[in-house]
Design a protein around this ligand. Structure first.
Ligand SMILES: Cc1cc2nc3c(=O)[nH]c(=O)nc-3n(C[C@H](O)[C@H](O)[C@H](O)COP(=O)(O)O)c2cc1C
Length: 223
């Protein structure tokens, strides 16, 4: 698979089969992805991969915390800016509407939307997942390095016939995740990522999200 195909065919998968994921394959992918660039070659990504009993434990603990308070724990960063302006607000709205349309859940049915959202905290049925942390004292440049690493992981997963969904929602449960994986206090959770094989029959996995046209985000000058 070439890079263009991997980029074009990677999508966020939100329904997985229970087919297991080979640990050796995951180890190879995480190793290869470490060729991603990072400012000063800091390689600030800190990854915890979970499956089996640990994954089950996180799911159970997440369900327990969220049953007491659906807002989860105190987030350690703003998942979105508090005031999201256009065009970003409309894009966020659109992807939500497109996804719920595929699921057949209308806007008014808040309970069904909440129930669907809870699937996030079961990793959408994926048999494996990772959590990406970063040292708390690091800033936006290092956080951008995390994105480069994670995109490499997702493309390599695609190449290996695997699917993924990055999951910032886990930032709603930073204490639970850190506790289960044993991450030290100095590390801050950025995101989770569900990993497995897409359930090809699930309508939600047919979602092809849109992208802004080139001229909406790029300018070419003197070239
Ligand atoms: C850092 C990051 C965190 C995300 N968190 C979630 C999440 O918690 N739950 C979810 O369903 N999708 C999540 N997504 C998926 C985005 O909604 C998705 O990438 C976007 O809508 C574009 O769709 P595509 O990935 O299918 O191309 C996340 C994506 C990124 C990059």
């Amino acid at each position: 698979m070439d890079v263009s195909t991997a980029l074009d065919t990677r999508t966020s998968v939100r329904a997985f089969t229970d087919e297991p994921v080979d640990l050796a394959v995951l180890r190879e992918i995480l190793t290869k992805a470490a060729r991603s660039p990072s400012g000063g070659n800091l390689q600030p990504w800190r990854i915890y991969v979970v499956g089996g009993d640990v994954l089950a434990d996180i799911k159970a603990r997440a369900a327990d915390v969220l049953s007491k308070d659906p807002r989860g724990e105190t987030p350690q960063y703003d998942i979105y800016p508090r005031k999201l302006a256009e065009p970003y607000k409309a894009r966020r709205f659109e992807v939500g509407e497109d996804m719920y349309a595929r699921l057949g859940i209308p806007r008014e049915d808040k309970a069904a939307r909440r129930a669907w959202f809870a699937n996030n905290f079961r990793f959408f049925g994926a048999p494996a997942a990772l959590f990406c942390f970063v040292e708390r004292y690091m800033g936006p440049p290092q956080w951008s390095d995390l994105g480069m690493y994670l995109q490499s992981v997702m493309l390599l997963l695609k190449e290996a016939g695997l699917d993924s969904c990055p999951q910032e929602c886990w930032a709603m449960l930073p204490e639970t995740v850190a506790d289960v994986v044993g991450a030290p206090d100095g590390l801050m959770l950025f995101t989770g990522m569900a990993i497995g094989h897409a359930d090809k029959d699930a309508p939600v996995n047919g979602l092809r999200t849109r992208r802004a046209g080139l001229d909406e985000f790029a300018e070419f000058q003197g070239i």
